[in-house]
Write a protein that binds this ligand. Structure first.
Ligand code: C2E
Ligand code: CA
Ligand code: CA
Ligand code: CA
Length: 279
């Protein structure tokens, strides 16, 4: 199979991917994947809804497995969470993303905030807060340039002593963002109980905002509630100009989605930013 042409290789990967529906296969392939340099990050712009300015970028993990070909994070993250490998992988993401922002600081992206997805297992790791502050120091970032994205599930998991950990992170000056808002089991009390900065309105609601009265009202209500609690709002999965216009009018602060840009490698992000700034 090694000598096969591109087409055949793809077929091989397709076959391996079908095989990889089994979590055990993914688990096996994940071992050694960090050391083998099989991971990389792509970055998706998050722009100010009003000015169009690039304000934040979300780092999204990609895995090009030598055995399975490209595997989506929706498939391998849960496996890495089960095995505990997410701790090592999450640390790699944190370091890599902060290093990238450190490099960007020298150019047009001098004050961009990086958003990183964090799993419950990472937050429960006693080393986590130390790892975060080290990554900031190593790469010369100010704490406000880092935002951690958590899902509602993380907040429910009280074994992680989440409240105390988030308190320490906030004391450092790091931002905390609630991801996929509206899709979980959330009790609205989370919004006041935890010190959050940002709510990310899930794509499921944004998707139908132009055509469904229900989604439209729901997003409207989330935005109004966010405003009254002093939270920043990011709409995820913005795919059309119509959605962007409605969200801006409703007072949503930031937009993210294919309408603005897809997740891209770091060089392309630099080009996107230069383009916006007219450089
Ligand atoms: P997420 O955090 O909700 O990330 C947003 C997902 O939506 C990304 O998928 C992104 O590529 C996709 N997306 C962005 N804009 C649009 C749009 O306009 N339309 C559509 N249809 N999709 C859009 P991706 O990169 O496949 O990541 C999937 C999930 O994997 C993420 O969902 C996140 O939960 C998880 N993930 C990704 N990277 C990491 C990581 O470094 N650590 C952890 N723990 N989880 C990660
Ligand atoms: Ca996210
Ligand atoms: Ca999300
Ligand atoms: Ca999601």
């Amino acid at each position: 199979a090694k000598k096969a042409g591109r087409g055949e290789q793809r077929t091989f990967h397709d076959a391996m991917n079908a095989f990889a529906k089994d979590g055990l296969v993914i688990d096996g392939a994940l071992r050694g994947a960090i050391e083998a340099n099989e991971f990389y990050l792509v970055y998706q712009p998050i722009t100010n809804a009003h000015t169009g300015q690039l304000t934040k970028v979300e780092a999204l993990l990609r895995w090009n497995s030598s055995l399975l070909g490209p595997v989506s994070p929706d498939r391998f993250i849960p496996v890495a969470e089960d095995s505990g490998m997410i701790i090592a992988l999450g640390t790699w993401v944190l370091e890599q993303a902060c290093r990238q922002v450190g490099a960007w600081k020298k150019g047009v992206l001098d004050d961009v905030t990086i958003s990183i997805n964090v799993s419950a297992r990472q937050l429960a790791d006693p080393q986590f807060v130390t790892l975060v502050s080290q990554a900031l120091i190593h790469n010369g970032l100010s704490p406000h340039q880092l935002e951690l994205e958590l899902t509602e599930r993380v907040l429910i998991d009280d074994t992680a002593n989440v409240q105390a950990v988030l308190g320490r992170l906030r004391a450092l000056g790091v931002g905390i963002s609630l991801d996929d808002f509206g899709t979980g089991y959330s009790s609205l009390s989370y919004l006041t109980q935890f010190h959050l900065n940002t709510l990310k309105i899930d794509r499921a609601f944004v998707m139908d905002i132009e055509h469904s009265e229900r989604s439209n009202s729901l997003v409207h209500a989330i935005i109004a509630m966010g405003h009254s609690l002093g939270l920043q709002l990011v709409a995820e999965g913005v795919e059309t100009g119509g959605q962007a216009a409605i969200l801006e009018k409703m007072g949503c602060h930031y937009l993210q989605g294919y309408h603005i840009a897809k997740p891209v490698p770091p060089e392309d992000l630099l080009r996107f930013a230069s383009h916006l700034s007219g450089a």
